[in-house]
Design a protein around this ligand. Structure first.
Ligand SMILES: Nc1ncnc2c1ncn2[C@@H]1O[C@H](COP(=O)(O)OP(=O)(O)OP(=O)(O)O)[C@@H](O)[C@H]1O
Ligand SMILES: N[C@@H](CCO)C(=O)O
Length: 318
């Protein structure tokens, strides 16, 4: 159960008066999710999602909420943040930052077909283009600087064979990050965590991307690689499914054509995207916040994906 900070109906009834949403009639904790406390709330104006941020600070949050507002205003389907009567998108609740956003219709597609991957690829490209003129800059907080500081922390928990893989990959990624092809990659605000569980579909219609709380400025190709590494694989083996990869990449390319430098950087970027989630899962597994409340994601899943990307070339970019 991922409600770290409980909110009662009484808490909500008082707090909601600062929003133009009328009286709140219900609140229900959302069990899934590992980062924040999430609730579905119903008010006189409809259904919304209330999030209490457990780690992100008041200083970091404007980037995410303003980005979602910017995208929603650019007709990219994402939850629209609701401002309170003073115009603030982030307001304290139980001494933590909290926000209300619109609720997306539908449910997550956990067994995607090529058509779902194509819808995700096309919208990802539209999102990158729409976010390009977003004025706030905040780095991807799970980028290479975070990898550098996290590797020494997790190494002591790892078996020798995994340590060697991790250290070798870090060395490879340091070289990649210094390469001319990397420096030439187009960048801007990215979602950075666009897994199957962060996209809603109503039937076959994509109704929105959500959970922007790992978003940051980074290369667009990293976002594509994170997405492909989750949407286009066999979950047991990590092996890429060519038809889903091609559907996603072709649909992305039709909206925002890949550049020559992106074509050169594709294979190492898939490895970078695997490394990022192997590392965060290792960290959460060995240094859990509250061991009683969470079943940590399996780090071995992304170790397998990394090994597979090293061993087998992915379909090339169109
Ligand atoms: N705007 C929204 N509209 C509809 N449902 C939502 C929305 N935001 C969150 N949810 C629901 O809440 C669940 C948890 O949300 P979310 O993924 O943002 O949590 P989280 O703690 O950041 O999780 P994680 O980082 O593990 O993905 C989602 O799986 C989804 O069912
Ligand atoms: N998508 C991440 C969880 C954080 O949102 C993972 O699967 O490790």
């Amino acid at each position: 159960m991922a409600v770290f900070t409980p909110v009662t109906q009484d808490d909500l009834t008082t707090w909601i008066t600062q929003f133009p949403l009328g009286v709140a009639s219900s609140i229900r904790g959302i069990a899934s999710g590992i980062e924040n406390s999430n609730f579905f709330i119903t008010t006189e104006h409809g259904e919304f999602v209330l999030t209490i941020f457990e780690k992100l600070t008041f200083a970091q949050l404007p980037f995410y909420l303003q980005l979602m507002r910017h995208l929603a205003e650019s007709n990219v389907a994402v939850p629209a943040p609701i401002a309170n009567n003073a115009g603030d998108l982030i307001t304290p609740l139980h001494n933590k930052p909290a926000a209300i956003v619109s609720k997306l219709d539908g449910s997550c597609q956990m067994d995607p077909a090529p058509s779902h991957c194509a819808a995700v690829g096309a919208m990802l490209a539209r999102m990158h283009l729409a976010a390009a003129d977003f004025p706030i800059r905040q780095p991807n907080l799970r980028g290479i600087d975070w990898w550098r500081s996290t590797v020494p922390t997790v190494l002591s928990y790892m078996a020798p064979e995994s340590m060697i893989l991790l250290l070798d990959e870090m060395e490879f990624q340091e070289g990649f990050a210094d390469s001319e092809a990397y420096m030439a990659l187009p960048n801007g605000p990215i979602h950075a965590d666009l897994f199957r569980n962060n996209v809603m579909f109503d039937g076959d219609r994509l109704t929105g991307f959500f959970d922007f709380y790992f978003a940051g400025c980074d290369t667009w190709l990293f976002d594509v690689a994170v997405t492909v590494n989750d949407w286009c694989i066999d979950l047991d083996s990590g092996v890429l499914d060519t038809s889903r990869v091609c559907a996603l990449l072709d649909a992305y390319h039709a909206v925002r054509p890949f550049t020559a430098s992106e074509k050169m950087a594709w294979q190492p970027m898939l490895r970078a995207a695997a490394l990022r989630f192997w590392l965060s899962r290792l960290y959460d597994f060995h240094l859990p916040r509250d061991a009683e409340m969470l079943v940590p994601h399996d780090p071995g899943h992304f170790k397998r994906i990394l090994q597979e990307r090293i061993a087998t070339a992915a379909p090339t970019l169109p």
